[in-house]
Design a protein around this ligand. Structure first.
Ligand SMILES: [Zn+2]
Length: 102
């Protein structure tokens, strides 16, 4: 026997069989599709974050090769601060993901 999924629409309460969208009001009711859409959003965000971090890194690398000593020193401090922020940021992101998943 094939598996049949009965999903109650959260919007209008109509039961739908093997449907991704509600027959009555067209609300997205498929959990699998919801998870997939969420994953796509997360993936898109990860790409954007990676680009931003790459840009930051290039900026700091340039600064660290600066001919003026103070600018190199400033770059070193920026690099340390940025590293700490990245660690804290990724921990918070992980924590939020864990809470959201739980
Ligand atoms: Zn509905």
């Amino acid at each position: 026997m094939a598996s049949v999924s009965h999903i109650k629409c959260p919007n209008c309460g109509v039961f739908n069989i093997n449907k991704e969208y509600c027959e009555s009001c067209n609300t997205l009711i498929s959990n699998q599709k919801k998870i997939k859409e969420k994953e796509e959003v997360v993936h898109q965000k990860e790409i954007e974050e990676a680009i931003i971090e790459l840009e930051k890194e290039t900026f700091i690398k340039k600064l660290r090769k600066h001919p003026f000593f103070l600018m190199r020193f400033f770059g070193l401090i920026l690099h340390s601060v940025w590293f700490v922020l990245t660690v804290i940021g990724s921990f918070i992101a992980w924590f939020i993901a864990m809470v959201a998943a739980g």
